[in-house]
Ligand binder design. Structure first.
Ligand code: ADP
Length: 321
């Protein structure tokens, strides 16, 4: 820590503090995540070790880059590249939402990050505006892998119990207490996020788990039969009846000014049945991104050499025909 000069806290997480620091020799700005004493608290230790393991495995332009790690006096320190602001801060400054093009650029990059995690069989499990960092140049970096985990193989039963995601972004399967969930939980959160970027307001701001379910039912109708069964079997909801869906207000009625392409993408993320939710790799090919070759311009802007390579290999193919 002596090699860094602290410039003050930038974030307070549930398991520690994030400090903005400057490397004394190079002048490089970093964010240092300082976990609480991890020997006393097993949960902190588990979360820190999980985050370190996953971040070492995950390297991508749209994921926050881990630079170094150390443990001192029973605390873990994680050093990251410093990223300017969070999406939450940007939304707080733009209470009526971001314009379509900015939202689309951010959404595309968040999808790239999530698709990459899913390809590695990792679910993030806590996608929300606080965990999306945005650099001055508009590059998006997904952070906070403290809740992320590698998916168990079907032979292991794929049962997860140890986690509570931020309520507003929680998929119906999590709310009813399904312990067999997977990558679609991240896709649901992405749908909530897209609408929030476009409107500046959280899509489903439930103030309890039941109220959260109510918000969802009011928009999309009744829970699936399987989710209803899980709800009535869940002791947390014992004696509680599921809210009846009367007077449904669908996404396009609630947000008449959102373009059909953006609404369609959100709707594909917000399917009640996780099996029917789109996958991130499919969503990257959605009309919202392909309609004016946005995705090709994005790739050529960020990766000019890759674009050259694609063009030259394409040309080679053409010549050989
Ligand atoms: P926790 O797991 O303790 O919640 P996070 O990783 O989510 O910690 O970080 C908490 C906050 O710290 C973020 O919401 C953000 O405001 C800030 N932060 C995290 N990483 C960085 C970073 N690399 N650059 C700048 N700020 C960051």
């Amino acid at each position: 820590m002596e090699r860094y000069e602290s410039l003050g806290p930038v974030g307070e997480g549930s398991y520690g503090t994030v400090l903005k620091c400057r490397h004394r020799d190079s002048g490089r700005l970093v964010a240092i995540k300082k976990f609480m004493d991890s020997d006393d608290d097993k949960a902190v230790k588990k979360i820190a070790l999980r985050e370190i393991k996953l971040l070492r495995q995950l390297r991508h332009d749209n994921l926050v880059n881990l630079l170094e790690v150390w443990k001192r006096r029973r605390r873990w320190y994680l050093v990251f590249e410093f990223v300017d602001r969070t999406l939450l801060e940007e939304l707080e400054q733009n209470q009526s939402g971001l314009d379509l093009n900015t939202s689309r650029q951010y959404m595309y990059q968040i999808l790239r990050a999530t698709a990459f995690c899913h390809q590695q069989n990792i679910i993030h499990r806590d996608i929300k505006p606080e965990n999306i960092l945005i650099s001055q140049g508009g590059v998006v970096k997904l952070c906070d892998f403290g809740f992320a985990r590698t998916m168990a193989s079907p032979s292991e039963g794929a049962v997860y119990t140890d986690y509570v995601a931020t309520r507003w972004y929680r998929a119906p399967e999590l709310l009813v207490g399904d312990i067999k969930y997977g990558k679609p939980v991240d896709v649901w959160a992405l749908g909530c996020l897209l609408i929030e970027m476009l409107t500046g307001q959280p899509l489903f701001p439930g103030d309890s788990d039941l109220d959260q379910i109510y918000h969802i039912i009011r928009c999309f109708g009744n829970l699936t039969t399987h989710h209803q069964e899980l709800f009535y079997r869940n002791p947390v909801f014992s004696g509680v009846t599921l809210p009846e869906c009367s007077g449904r207000v669908q996404l396009h009625q609630r947000f008449p000014t959102i373009t059909p392409a953006a609404l369609d993408l959100a709707q594909s993320c917000l399917e009640m049945d996780p099996e029917r939710r789109a996958q991130c790799s499919e969503l990257l090919e959605h009309f919202l991104f392909t309609q004016d070759s946005f995705h090709i311009r994005y790739i050529s802007l960020c990766f000019p050499f890759l674009q050259l390579y694609v063009i030259s290999s394409y040309k080679n193919t053409t010549f050989s025909i």
